[in-house]
Structure formats: C-alpha cells, structure tokens
Write a protein that binds this ligand. Structure first.
Ligand SMILES: Nc1nc2c(ncn2[C@@H]2O[C@H](COP(=O)(O)OP(=O)(O)OP(=O)(O)O)[C@@H](O)[C@H]2O)c(=O)[nH]1
Ligand SMILES: [Mg+2]
Ligand SMILES: [Zn+2]
Length: 295
C-alpha cells in the first residue's frame, strides 16, 4: 500500500494512505538503517499494516528533492510570503529564498502581503518589483487587509491541488493570517505561538504536513540554512531564472556575468531589462559563497 509520511515524532511516523486518506501510526523497517536511509516527512512510501492502526514502512520512493532543515522532502512548491511593509520589503532576502528554492527544484509562488500599509507614493515602487518578478516567470499573489479574499483564496486553493506545498517567510509577514483565511478551522493564533502547526516561536521546530483542500501543506518558518552551502558560483547563476535564460547568448559558456566580455546579462542590466537590486544581490551572493568556500 502506498502512503505519505506526514509527521515524525521521536521515532514514530504518521503515514497518510493516499487511497483511503486515513492516517496511521507507523514504524520504519530496520532495513533502512542497514542501507543508511531514514524515512522523513514528505516521503512516499510502501507500507504494510500490522493491525488496524499501526503500520510498517517497508520501502521509500525516490525523492525529487530533499531538505535538511527543515527535514522534509518531495516539496513541489513553496508559498514565499513577503510583506511589502512591517517588516519592510527586503529584496535580498527574497532573492535568497528564490535562489535556494530554485537550486532545490522547488517552484516558488510569491505572496506579497500588507499592501494596505503602503503610502500612496510607495505603492508604485513595490508594484515595480511585483511586475518584475512576474515578468521573469514567478506567479505573484497579493494580499491586503482591506481586500476581499475570495479571489486570493480561489487561486491558492487551485494551486494546492495534488501538491506538497510549504509556506515560508520571515516572522510577522502574515503566514498564519493567510492560513486562517484559507481554513477557518485551523484557528491559528495570529502573532502568537501556533501550536496547531506543531511549532512555537521558541520551541524546537518540527515539520508536519497537514491536508488543506486537495493538497498537503507544511508551515516552515524559515529555511534553517539560508546560505549557499552545497552550491557553486555557477549554481547561483543558474538559479537566477532570467540570468539562466540569457546565458545562452553570453559569449562564454559558463559565464558568471561578472567581468566577462559580451555578457548578455550585463547587457540586459545596462538596458534596464534586469532590475538593479537583482543583479546587486546576485553579486553579494557570489561573494558570500566565495567566502564560505574558503572554510
Ligand atoms: N495591515 C495588515 N496587517 C496584516 C496583514 N496580514 C497580516 N497582518 C498582521 O501582521 C501581524 C503578523 O501576522 P501573522 O499572520 O501572525 O504573521 P506570521 O508570518 O504568521 O508570523 P510568525 O508566526 O511569527 O512567523 C498580525 O498582527 C496580523 O494581523 C495585512 O495584509 N495587512
Ligand atoms: Mg505564524
Ligand atoms: Zn554572462
């Protein structure tokens, strides 16, 4: 029988049967240890029932991605939540998220919140960013306290279908607010410790997938590792979607778009087709990565 691991707590797993949608307690077969494998949240597994409520995980399907912190695999997409104010819109952090997600083969869907807090003259500036990220291929949804949420809700629900989704973003950007909006039954404490999703602000984080509409969702406050470990400079270059698209037309194969002649990315930057913050963040990430690699 085929199931999905939704939770791991002190050696016990919860497995959701993908046919019956019933959840049961499970143990991992000792065989995994011999192979140096360990089932984790997000694993699609084969299992056998020991009795009505307890199962035995016997086999793992191949993972299409695998994160260490949070310990979860097979993520299809991430809702990346960013407030346009309080906390202020932070392109460095946003590009960092996008780079790491892209490298891990996770599609990012951007949700920009708190538009109601912007003054009139600030809206244009942030809207420019929104347009840019859309232009380079990201789906961007927006939320504001004064909005009617029907449209937003509909879009999110259709995105969840048959996918494993994580929702992520800095503290205070409005993740719990969004989740409450999606599912009144969740009733998460906004601005307070949210035990419903299995974590508190200052408690040990543990990941849990829970069913939401026709998909599975995990609340992952942040990616523990927000640096570029495991990446080479070229991986960073390729994780910038629009740079990657252009790199075919750079003169040099493997161009890092820094000092190389006849670089299509630099050319696009000079023509204002690439937003300056993107390129600046790119250079910062390359530098940061270089320093890390010296260790
Ligand atoms: N003005 C305004 N406030 C919002 C909006 N969305 C959320 N907030 C407020 O922002 C604060 C933080 O929202 P939360 O939903 O708790 O944020 P969070 O991302 O879950 O934060 P953590 O749980 O700490 O990671 C709350 O006071 C919300 O009422 C919005 O669109 N506009
Ligand atoms: Mg929260
Ligand atoms: Zn180039």
């Amino acid at each position: 029988m085929r199931g999905l691991i939704t939770c791991l707590k002190s050696g016990d797993y919860m497995v959701l049967d993908l046919g019956t949608k019933k959840t049961m307690l499970a143990k991992a077969s000792g065989l995994f240890r011999h192979h140096g494998e360990k089932p984790k949240v997000g694993d699609y597994v084969e299992y056998q029932l020991m009795n009505d409520t307890t199962a035995y995980i016997t086999k793992l399907e191949k993972r299409h991605n695998d994160l260490v912190r949070p310990a979860i695999c097979n993520i299809d997409q991430a809702f990346v939540v960013f407030s346009v104010k309080e906390p202020d819109f932070n392109t460095n952090l946003l590009d960092r998220f996008l780079t790491i997600l892209n490298f891990n083969n996770i599609e990012a869907i951007l949700i920009f919140t708190k538009w109601d807090l912007l003054k009139e003259d600030e809206v244009e500036e942030v809207a420019k960013y929104q347009e840019y990220y859309q232009k380079i291929g990201y789906r961007v949804l927006t939320v504001s306290k004064n909005d009617k949420f029907d449209d937003f809700k509909k879009q999110v629900i259709s995105l969840l279908e048959n996918k494993i989704t994580v929702i992520t973003g800095q503290s205070g950007v409005g993740k719990s607010t969004i989740l409450n909006l999606l599912d009144e039954n969740l009733n998460l404490d906004v601005n307070e410790i949210s035990y419903a999703l299995g974590r508190g602000k200052h408690t040990t984080r543990h990941v849990e997938l829970y069913p939401l509409y026709d998909g599975m969702l995990a609340d992952t406050p942040g990616f523990g590792i927000m640096d570029f470990s495991g990446m080479e400079a070229i991986d960073i270059a390729q994780s910038f979607k629009e740079f990657f698209e252009l790199s075919d037309t750079c003169k040099y194969k493997g161009c890092l778009h820094i000092n190389e002649p006849a670089c299509a990315v630099k050319h696009a930057l000079d023509n204002d087709e690439i937003i300056k913050s993107r390129y600046d963040n790119y250079l910062l990430f390359i530098e940061e990565n270089k320093k890390q690699r010296k260790w």
